[in-house]
Design a protein around this ligand. Structure first.
Ligand code: COA
Length: 331
């Protein structure tokens, strides 16, 4: 049975840098509060006119080049994002059009911060069954335009950024190589602990002028509740992947967690009993880019030489849904 290996990773972030000091001018917050509570110093936000598929395309071009794969070899596109360029269809089709690959299937995954790891699992299954040989998996996100950029929305507004990451996943016959295992979970009981309520199909029509006058159109979160679940689920799902493969945490060369909050990442490292040197973090530069954090991390870690051929990489995500997931990858 073929295995799926990550042949190349790439990323792209918008050029516009928004620092904590820039946010101080928009709302009652401070660089000190944001750094202390989250570890974030700056994030990238798009300019008007940029699209999630456009960010995804730029990340994909880098991943394809690094993988040494021609775009014509792609036989399946998986696009993980909370949003699309327009209300519908999903961003996968817009990316496919930009790549110039008519007829190639495009699957949209909407699993928020866990979207990329869910996508990794889907790609793995399609390659193992022999259905596809070369899959482009993209995590792309534009969060900035959904945020309440006033003091009312400051708890969420300071956390999120825009960006995209991509992985080219190919079939391999090599032993103990590639995606070794993936584990997916969800618990919809907590869907409203981190969500955006409006517009909603429960209203007829689903979008009405009065909605724009409320704060219910903005993402909302019970921060402490989310924090508590995240610090439990991350180590749990990483251990699940280790148990499934017989590896221990000592065997892992690098842990790449979804970048939600530096305090969450540090708590996860502590609970797993590993030093922060073994855990990749770039949240200080980009904030939380939802489905894009993990492929952006993989791309930077690879470029910096922190992921080398043969390394064992543990990937884990947690986010809205709640959803959480892990993958163990032999690079
Ligand atoms: N700037 C300044 N003050 C802020 C603020 C901001 N951006 N956001 C919130 N505050 C204030 C609150 O209003 C509150 O004030 P009060 O005590 O007068 O009511 C105070 O800071 C503490 O708020 P609290 O929400 O209890 O802070 P916290 O220590 O829980 O930190 C988070 C908030 C959001 C950083 C933290 O809960 C968190 O990281 N949660 C998980 C987030 C996450 O990862 N989400 C995505 C998962 S994928």
């Amino acid at each position: 049975m073929p295995r799926a290996k990550i042949a190349g990773v790439g990323h792209y972030v918008p050029e516009r840098v928004v620092t904590n000091f820039d946010l101080e001018k928009m709302m009652d917050t401070s660089d000190e509060w944001i750094r202390e509570r989250t570890g974030i110093q700056e994030r990238r936000w798009v300019e008007e006119g940029e699209t999630v598929s456009g960010l995804g395309l730029k990340a994909s071009e880098v991943a394809l080049e690094r993988a040494g794969v021609n775009k014509e070899d792609i036989d399946f596109i998986i696009f993980a994002s909370m949003e699309s360029d327009y209300e519908f269809p999903g961003g996968g089709c817009f990316l496919q059009e930009k790549l110039g690959l008519p007829g190639i299937p495009a699957l949209d995954i909407r699993n928020q911060c866990s979207g990329f790891v869910y996508g990794l699992s889907v790609a793995d299954q399609f390659i193992r069954t022999g259905m596809y040989k070369t899959i482009l998996l993209v995590g792309a996100e534009i969060q900035s335009t959904s945020l309440d950029l006033t003091t009312r929305g400051r708890d969420m507004a300071v956390l999120f950024g825009d960006g995209a990451g991509a992985a080219v996943i190919t079939a391999t016959e090599e032993e103990d190589k590639g995606i070794l295992t993936t584990h997916l979970h969800a618990d919809g009981r907590y869907a409203k602990k981190l969500w955006a309520e409006l517009p909603s199909v429960i209203f007829h029509p689903r979008l009405e002028p009065w909605m724009l006058e409320t704060d219910r159109i903005y993402p909302k979160m019970e921060g402490r509740f989310v924090f508590k679940h995240a610090v439990t689920r991350f180590p749990e799902v990483i251990r699940e992947a280790l148990e499934a493969t017989g590896y221990t945490i000592e065997d892992v060369d690098l842990i790449v967690p979804h970048q939600a909050n530096q305090r969450i990442t540090e708590a996860v490292a502590q609970r797993l009993g590993v030093s922060m040197e073994k855990v990749y973090s770039n949240i200080h530069k980009y904030g939380n880019t939802t489905a894009a954090t993990i492929p952006i991390c993989l791309s930077e870690a690879w470029a910096e030489g922190r992921i080398k051929d043969g390394d064992l990489v543990a990937i884990a995500a947690f986010g809205s849904g709640f959803t959480w997931a892990s993958a163990l990858v032999r690079w």
